[in-house]
Write a protein that binds this ligand. Structure first.
Ligand code: 4AD
Ligand code: MG
Length: 463
């Protein structure tokens, strides 16, 4: 008999079918002549109801062991369920308990636990409804991302995690060291120059795979990266992680318009795919986490994103009656309160802001003809703020060199990047999507720590 997933049984199971399932007990209810238990196998939000009675050979012994959290294999026949809410249940013929779970100490009880509490038991929290649904939606998002790019002939590039360049120039780097501290006496450890310590050179954990993606776009035209990135920003917000995943497409022969078009098409595609493949999970989020989740998804899929320039955004912010903590004037970096006002209150949908002042953006962005703005674009989403950051890149060697010098970057460190402008340069553009931010946006989860299996933040790295 083939082992089946609970999701498939609930969707397609027929009465009289014989099946075997494997999973973990969510609840057990004992009545006089029989017992019910809910078994969850991670494939679905919903558990399968199993009915057991004396016809199971080890009925009494098994019953004692089948507490919440225990692992079990059940074989039997599917029957029409008389109960409300589900139409099929499993009448057990054979039960095998794999691992018991002491109800006195098992931390997950049949009640609602706070997300703060669940973060303290990161090794168990994915067995709950909400975290389970998050991880399945996260998986569907990742699948959608690969499908989207593969269908469009983009090549997936594995960019390095250890790198010597600070792509964003924001100084938010974690240093990599191979120093064997065990060999250094404690009183000497203070004096080690960790910045020179990757086999005698400086190296960091990558903040972005963009520069390497640009290298590859100059060989393959259209490429994308999808991997972990690291930022040593000491901010404890609900939208920042020290380790997060980023998706970075890079396109040769593309400008800032094409970049915006791709970003919009991309977000629409991911939402559509997740709604199609995870309908139960998305309905759960809509019911239990944020009542606007499905409406938001519908809004993303069916409406065009708003597109405005930075200068226009500043005008709109100045015109609004809202009191911002951070004063608005041309030249400021938009703060999350500004971004959220624009996306959430004013336009009530995703919005693409382009052409930011040169002074607040990275060295690689293409200088516009006005000489004071660059061809940058940020996609801002209601409730989240910035979800995508991108730009057309500076492909003109002389202008790029000037910019690098002005910003105090050592050109020798970027000799290979400058070479791309020396040999067969082309207009090109790309962007970075914060993967956790899109999962947050999609599920309505308030805290970014709850949409990644093992969050790394200044205050929490349990294991
Ligand atoms: O805007 P950022 O810094 O852009 C880049 O790194 C470019 N090199 C991307 C490119 O053009 N290829 O980061 C891109 C996105 C942000 O819009 C945000 O969604 C996410 O990455 N992000 C974070 N997500 C979680 N935690 C953090 N600390 C994040 N920092 C950025
Ligand atoms: Mg950004």
């Amino acid at each position: 008999m083939q082992t089946k997933r609970v999701r498939d049984i609930l969707r397609h199971g027929k009465p009289d079918e014989t099946v075997t399932i494997q999973g973990w007990v969510r609840t057990k209810r004992e009545l006089k002549e029989f017992a019910f238990m809910e078994v969850n196998d991670g494939s679905s939000l919903n558990s399968l109801q199993v009915v057991l009675d004396e016809s199971v050979p080890n009925y009494q012994d098994a019953l004692k062991l089948l507490n919440t959290g225990a692992s079990v294999e059940v074989s039997g026949t599917l029957v029409q369920s008389p109960g409300k809410g589900q139409n099929i249940e499993l009448k057990a013929a054979k039960v095998q308990v794999y691992g018991t779970s002491d109800p006195e100490t098992y931390p997950l009880q049949k009640k609602r636990h706070s997300f703060e509490f669940l973060r303290t038991i990161g090794h168990l929290r994915s067995r709950t409804n909400t975290l389970g649904a998050v991880m399945r939606v996260r998986n569907a998002c990742a699948t959608a991302i690969h499908k989207f790019f593969q269908e469009r002939d983009f090549i997936w590039i594995h960019t390095p995690i250890i790198t010597a360049s600070d792509c964003e120039g924001a100084g938010e780097l974690f240093t990599v060291t191979n120093f064997d501290l065990g060999k250094v006496p404690l009183d000497k450890q203070q004096k080690i120059d960790y910045t020179q310590d990757f086999f005698g050179k400086q190296a960091y954990l990558t903040v972005s795979g963009q520069l390497e993606a640009e290298v590859m776009a100059m060989a393959f035209q259209n490429v994308y990266t999808f991997g972990p990135t690291f930022r040593a920003e000491n901010s404890n917000t609900s939208r920042h992680l020290a380790e997060f995943w980023m998706v970075e497409p890079e396109m040769a022969f593309c400008d800032i318009e094409g970049d915006q078009d791709l970003a919009e098409e991309f977000l629409k595609y991911i939402f559509k795919y997740v709604l199609k493949t995870c309908p139960e999970d998305m309905e759960f989020f809509n019911k239990r986490i944020d009542k606007s989740v499905l409406e938001t998804a519908d809004n993303i899929i069916n409406n065009e994103f708003e597109r405005i320039t930075y200068t226009k955004a500043i005008e709109l912010l100045e015109k609004s009656n809202k009191k911002f903590e951070y004063a608005v004037e041309w030249g400021i970096d938009l703060q999350s309160e500004h971004e959220r006002y624009l996306a959430e209150e004013l336009f009530k949908k995703p919005l693409i802001v382009t052409n930011y002042p040169t002074g607040i953006k990275a060295f690689y962005m293409r200088l516009n003809d006005d000489n004071k703005t660059v061809a940058a674009m940020d996609v801002l989403a209601p409730k989240i703020g910035e979800i995508i950051g991108g730009s057309q890149r500076e492909e003109r060697l002389d202008i790029l060199e000037k910019r690098i010098n002005e910003m105090g970057i050592i050109p020798d460190d970027l000799w290979w990047y400058l070479d791309l402008r020396r040999y067969g340069t082309v207009p090109h553009a790309g962007f970075g999507l914060g993967f956790e931010r899109v999962v947050q946006f999609m599920t309505g989860m308030a805290n970014i720590r709850d949409v990644i299996p093992f969050p790394r933040t200044p205050l929490s790295a349990e294991f």
